[in-house]
Design a protein around this ligand. Sequence first.
Ligand code: SF4
Length: 538
Amino acid sequence: MWRDFSFSSNEAQPPVIQTERPSWFTDQMLFHYHRCHRRVYLDSYGDTAVKDPPSDYFVKLREDSAEHRMAVLEMFKPLKQPIFEKYDWEAGAKATYAMMAEGIDTIYRGVLLAQGPANVRYRSEPDVLVKCAGKSWLGDWYYVPYTVKLGKKPKPEYQLVATFSAYVLAETQGMWPEVAWLLLKERQYPVNLQKYVPKLEEALDNCLNVQNGILTSAGPPEVFISRSRCDMCPWLGHCYQEAKTQNHLSLLPGVTKKRYPTLVEIGFKTVEALANAHPTQLANALDVEQLITEKMIFQAKANWTGEAILLRGEAVDNAADNAADNAADNAADTELQIGQSPFSRYHTRHPDIELYFDIEAAPDKDLVYLHGVLVVNYRTQAETFHALVAESPEAEATAWFDFLALVNSYPRSPIYHFCPYEAQTVRRLGERYGDRGVDIDNLLGRFVDIHKCVVETVALPVESYALKHLARWMGFEWRDEDANGAQSICWYDDWLRTGDRTYLETILRYNEDDCQATYRVKDWLVKFTQRIEARAPE
Ligand code: SF4
């Protein structure tokens, strides 16, 4: 319920100082809670010794975020910040309140406290509090909270946190601000408090239930590995180990967070049970197309037996990748029969020369800094890697035209890549820089997405259909074990900052390995389908 504040007394209400040790509930906890309930528990009670060290990419994001915050805050200057001893939040709240009562125009990282149920104290630290004209407990003015976020979109978790600031601020100044502002990467966004206060109250109730459960030793919320949510979480190593020990269903591609409770409810708690499920029963329970449950059952069978399974007669969706939790509901209608898979029809007889293509890009800079192309010549048995690299952001166009010239010199060769990003980027760069006479539609007609081919053709005993998982299962190893797309972005930053070519060479090696991995996956798929088809009856 929205709290009504009375102004019959116009007296300032300084924050209540608690003597009992409070249980804090903060902006950050709310943010993490929205993504994963278990995170709140682990952050409060987990053994920090088992946390993963921050990756270079995480550190880069944190630095980018701080830089963005500083740039945005320029427009609020002069800013005043409350002074208090670190972690003495009651003193911080007192100092903030004193500044608010004095009527300071803009307050940086003020501390706002409010009493929650029982021993819980809410604590919010909005980036800026801006003074506005209007009646409050403070006098003829009140404050509006501004929260700075690096993202471009007003994600629900951002809006929830901004609403939380408004909620705790209302308790401090005796009136609701009419809006809470999000300062995003490219725009300001007003959070609709009418819409978000009920959501906040529900989240607070649920969150405190989690805490109560913890306090009554109900234990931590169940682990659920979802790559999109867990990838940047410092507890991933710990949670992954637990999921592995339990052989948890979340490690099975296609079992999404949305579907999981229903699966458990109807008794499919293990991979083995799911492997023996009936697709119609499952489809009815999950309220999805039977095509999706058929794929799910094949996936469970593959993981249970450790064998690759050719998909037969079932339409296949892209549910395979656990990272795309909800994408799985969009099934593609591809009828596959033994001996008739689209993949085998078109790609098992390769031409003389094939190209394998992989891009490295930095979305934060809107920059494509490398087009890697592996040329495989079956006539000469030669494999040649071409790195068309932008050594500075200004060289992006040159790298693009070099890429066009290279692929145009093999006009009849298919261009294999993994996932749609390469094709989308080629279209975008063509629009940005032009095509120098190359027919982009024609060029894209030669593109073959190997990820799509895999998920439409086989079920594999893997936890994810990402390139790393697939190629590793097929025996391929990257020369740099820790290399990945996010790390490549950090290396490119390091190259720009230091001019040390080692960083550039490491990126090139990683990109070449990605091209090689795509080649190996394609090669494996060709051989597998040929082997199965050779066994198929006429
Ligand atoms: S790794 Fe995943 S399941 Fe574990 S706390 Fe983090 S987000 Fe939650």
